[in-house]
Design a protein around this ligand. Structure first.
Ligand SMILES: [Zn+2]
Ligand SMILES: [Zn+2]
Ligand SMILES: [Zn+2]
Length: 251
């Protein structure tokens, strides 16, 4: 399975509007972070995790012309505002199956009320909603959803074989931790250095990595507090900052 980081930035993106900090002014492309989203490619199938605010730019950047399914982690703007921009793919290839929990569908129905009207306008996003409440299969790929805590919200993390994607959380409950052992690659939220009420800060993320012991860990949903090169030098072996465009091959 090929994994591509379409975006690795926090909700406001990096550079951040109006900011003149070292990260926002950096010429290192790894400090340029669109909103967080991941693309999985297995055989001819492409599965998107979250449709970020920057989906249009992310799709154009890699020449993405097809998506076969979207898995949503939650309905915060930075993770779902790109659904509308996936319409050219829907107009060409038909409705896209979308997977989310009840909690996330509640949010998506509020944000995208016009998609769910009984007789929607013809130009709206075309989706086939699937509600997940346990492991499911998408194009012969087994997906295990896990609940993590993001302030007051329940967010869905996904384990797919040896890969897990755990974004937007300040707590990974024991139940989810027990399902995140023996991973090849863990992709995990690491917002900044200082603690945050709804996100893991770097020390929190490193604590979970120490506990879960994946072979490789990649940090995502990163703010401008973290500059790629100088922070990378301080990370323990096996832990890296992800960056936009990074690709991995996972068995
Ligand atoms: Zn987010
Ligand atoms: Zn900045
Ligand atoms: Zn969020």
């Amino acid at each position: 399975m090929k994994v591509t980081f379409l975006g690795t930035g926090t909700s406001v993106g990096v550079p951040t509007v109006g900011c003149g900090c070292n990260t926002c002014l950096s010429t290192d492309p790894r400090d340029n972070r669109l909103r967080t989203s991941l693309l999985l490619e297995k055989g001819e199938h492409r599965i998107l995790i979250d449709a970020s605010t920057d989906f249009r730019q992310q799709a154009l950047r890699i020449g993405l012309d097809r998506i076969d399914a979207i898995l949503f982690t939650h309905a915060h703007a930075d993770h779902c505002f790109g659904l509308d921009d996936a319409r050219p793919i829907m107009f060409r290839n038909g409705a896209i199956p979308c997977y989310a929990t009840d909690v996330t569908w509640d949010g998506l129905r509020r944000v995208y009320s016009y998609v769910f009207e009984p007789a929607p306008y013809p130009g709206v996003p075309r989706i086939v909603p699937h509600t997940i409440d346990g492991p499911f299969v998408v194009f012969s790929t087994e997906v295990e959803p896990l609940t993590v805590i993001h302030g007051l919200l329940q967010v869905t993390a996904y384990r797919i074989g040896g890969l897990a994607y755990v974004t937007d959380c300040n707590l990974i409950p024991d139940e989810a931790c027990s399902r995140l052992e023996g991973l090849d690659t863990l992709i995990i939220d690491a917002l900044r250095f200082k603690p945050h009420p709804t996100h893991l800060c770097l020390d929190d993320s490193l604590g979970y990595i120490e506990r879960l012991k994946p072979r490789r860990a990649l940090l995502t949903h990163i703010s401008h507090d973290i500059k790629h090169e100088e922070t990378s030098e301080r990370l323990p072996a096996g832990v890296e900052l992800a960056y936009d465009g990074l690709q991995l091959e996972i068995d």
